[in-house]
Design a protein around this ligand. Structure first.
Ligand code: GDP
Length: 367
């Protein structure tokens, strides 16, 4: 089901398929349902559930991924009707974040987000699973091995209590880690080293550009979400001034609010930057939508007040017509290719020009 046009639905579904593949799934078939609004019971509506059931049987699929956020009861109903595991966009994204988180803080934040997502759904999943699998469990992917083991009200209550305890503990741990990061940040401010944050939609080429600009060996993956924990590198301007460049977490459309919450503290670092380099993928079918989505998240963490340098990447692979259109749309943007190196000197110059100049300290010498 989708609110937008056919194109929106197609793009969103293509992205969902890419996300599913990133999570290690093989995508068999896509189904689009057009409705005025989601069906309260099954999200896609009765008739479509039958179609979906037929597709599941025909393809032998073991999972249905829904491009939207399902309520606990919609999820339960769909699982009962299709007899396979049903995952919504939020759960899928949380799963990918869990696979890719590297730092201790990143891991703790994803686990927290997963548990908060899981808590209200615990009963639904437990019931469905107990009916389907006789109660044998599957881990929630929630790190701590918190059970979705299912049936029995008492067991359920114990699980809930354990999850709440774990959530409280994770919150405390994250708070402590945040303090450490803030201290580091304060040091940076004292040193007055200007900071540049590279933001942009997932797969736009942020890591590639960071590599190009600093010569650092950051992992570049043709997968969504290679970047979850920010990477900071030092760079110098042509006249020898030091600044830092940080790659930030990737953004996707409809980023689950749990994730925005979970990564708020990491994203908030963006708000401390002196400049945001906003990278856009010039080969994407809908770059404007990407820009909108990223700006929305930037605004949520208060980074929309910062100067922004829009950079259109992948000009080597984008078609001329699109590039012309984007040039008219964003006359201030810098067009580059992290692959061929085209436009990178211009980008460096533009970054340098926008960096704050160090304040000149004047010491009055009293006679
Ligand atoms: P990030 O998620 O924004 O950090 O994106 P990455 O830097 O990991 O790049 C995502 C994908 O786009 C990778 O497959 C890169 O090889 C590819 N890519 C990055 N820059 C360019 C470019 O200038 N041209 C082309 N054709 N592909 C690029």
């Amino acid at each position: 089901w989708t609110e937008g046009t056919q194109d929106d639905a197609d793009n969103s579904l293509t992205e969902l398929a890419a996300l599913a593949e990133t999570a290690g799934s093989q995508v068999l078939e896509g189904l689009i349902q057009r409705r005025g609004k989601p069906d309260p019971a099954t999200y896609i509506g009765r008739g479509k559930v039958d179609d979906l059931g037929a597709v599941v049987l025909a393809t032998g699929a073991d999972t249905v991924i829904c491009d939207g956020e399902l309520s606990p009861s919609q999820l339960r109903n769909l699982e009962q009707r299709t007899k396979v595991k049903v995952v919504d966009r939020t759960a899928l994204i949380l799963d990918i974040f869990a696979q890719h988180a590297k730092s201790k803080e990143g891991k703790a934040q994803v686990e927290l987000a997963q548990l908060e997502y899981l808590l209200p759904r615990l009963r639904g999943w437990g019931e469905t699973l107990s009916r389907q699998t006789g109660g044998s469990g599957r881990g929630g992917g929630a790190g701590g091995g918190v059970g979705l083991r299912g049936p029995g009200e008492t067991k359920l209550e114990t699980d809930r209590r354990r999850i709440r305890h774990r959530i409280a503990r994770l919150r405390r741990e994250i708070k402590a880690m945040t303090t450490v990061r803030q201290t580091k940040r304060a040091r940076r401010t004292r040193n007055a080293v200007p900071a540049v944050a590279i933001a942009g939609y997932t797969n736009a080429g942020k890591s590639s550009l960071l590599n190009r600009l600093t010569g650092a060996g950051v992992l570049v993956e043709n997968a969504l979400f290679a970047t979850l924990d920010p990477t900071t590198r030092k760079a110098t301007t042509s006249d020898g001034r030091l600044y830092t460049l940080s790659d930030t977490v990737g953004f996707v459309r409809h980023l689950p609010h749990q994730i925005v919450e979970a990564f708020r503290s990491t994203l908030e670092e963006v708000a401390d930057a002196d400049l945001v380099v906003h990278v856009v993928d010039g080969t994407h079918p809908d770059p404007e939508e990407q820009v909108r989505a990223v700006r929305e998240v930037l605004a949520e963490v208060g980074a929309d007040r910062l100067p922004e340098l829009l950079v259109v990447n992948k000009t080597d692979a984008a078609d001329e017509e699109t590039l012309l259109r984007l040039k008219r749309l964003w006359p201030e943007a810098i067009f580059v290719s992290a692959y061929s190196g085209r436009g990178l000197d211009g980008l460096r110059a533009a970054v340098e020009q926008r960096l704050p100049r160090p304040a000149v300290e004047v010491h009055a010498v009293l006679p």
